[in-house]
Ligand binder design. Structure first.
Ligand SMILES: [Mg+2]
Ligand SMILES: [Zn+2]
Length: 317
């Protein structure tokens, strides 16, 4: 087992914990003249949490690699995904690529040329360069892809250092040059008991809340995603938070009114990976308290991020 988090760069100190609100005026007036006046609480930063496939990249990194490099492996992916756990299947298919003598450099180059909208990169840079009173906003990734693919793509676009941590399935090339992919929650480890329909290897809500508990508080949490496994973190958010589902994809169908422009027309399933079979919890839409801001393109995402930054800045002024 190797490090499940991809090269965490979370070196910034956690912001101070809020200890309470400013006392009412009557209380302030009763303090002695020697007491210091109560300083206003610093505004905590925002936490931007992103899914990766079909959220930051305009494709699925697992499906893309096999569709580009091995039609037989892609066929096996669609044939076997209901029979085998997804991460285990990815590891097996990368074994097939190795047997077919696909070099590791070809894998990396293929991931680097995945479609990535420059407006998406601009949204990330904007969020990462804005600062709250007590520190810069945090950006993290929660993904069911793998560390090697995400690292290759983000570094290629000069975006890797914007993220404090990438929480995803650990991967590495072995001495032979074969990519090995492991489950984020190993099969022999303590399994999550999430009731929100998460796959066995990852519960994004659990990992999001662990991050908030360790690095918070945050004034608001902004979660952007597209898939069924993004529903769990969306359901854990508070009323002051935001969920950003991608129009035309599963999460938007689950959270936006049926037939609405926000839910959108269904994007062709032909270039998406199969969704997990897990059941969607009953009443999921009603159980999401956060504000919903749907988006379809990187350009839309940039506008949504700008709007949230402006609203949060005005709210803390
Ligand atoms: Mg996704
Ligand atoms: Zn979950």
């Amino acid at each position: 087992m190797f490090n499940r988090f991809l090269h965490p760069t979370a070196t910034a100190a956690a912001p101070p914990q809020a200890t309470g609100s400013t006392p009412p005026l009557s209380v302030q007036m009763s303090v002695s003249a020697t007491d210091q006046p109560t300083a206003p609480l610093p505004a905590p930063p925002l936490l931007f949490a992103f899914d990766f496939d079909w959220t930051l990249v305009d494709e699925d990194s697992d499906r893309f690699i096999f569709s580009e490099l091995s039609p037989p492996a892609l066929e096996k992916l669609y044939k076997d995904h209901k029979l085998k756990q997804w991460t285990d299947l990815m590891d097996e298919l990368h074994g097939d690529l190795y047997t077919a003598r696909v070099p590791s450099l070809t894998l990396m180059d293929t991931w680097r040329r995945m479609p990535f909208n420059p407006a998406t990169a601009a949204a990330l840079r904007l969020a990462a360069t804005q600062t709250a009173a007590n520190g810069p906003h945090h950006l993290i990734i929660l993904s069911d892809a793998n560390t090697v693919a995400i690292d290759a793509i983000l570094k290629h676009h000069g975006l890797r250092d914007l993220f404090r941590v990438v929480i995803t399935n650990p991967a590495r090339f072995d001495n032979e040059g074969r990519l090995r992919v492991e489950r984020l929650i190993p099969a022999d480890g303590v399994q999550h008991d999430c009731a929100n329909g998460c796959a066995v290897n990852i519960c994004k809500g659990k990992f999001l809340n662990e991050y908030i508990a360790t690095h918070g508080p945050f004034a608001s949490v902004i979660y952007a995603g597209d898939g069924k496994n993004d529903l769990c973190p969306a359901m854990t958010l508070r009323a002051r938070d935001y969920v950003l589902p991608r129009t035309g994809h599963t999460l938007a169908k689950l959270l936006c009114p049926p037939g609405s422009a926000e839910a959108g027309a269904t994007v062709s399933a032909g270039n998406n990976k199969p969704e997990p079979e897990n059941a969607v919890p009953i009443g999921a839409r009603e159980r999401v308290s956060a504000s919903i801001r749907a988006w379809a393109t990187g350009e839309d995402l940039l506008e949504v991020v700008k709007g949230i930054l402006l609203a949060e800045e005005q709210a803390s002024a």
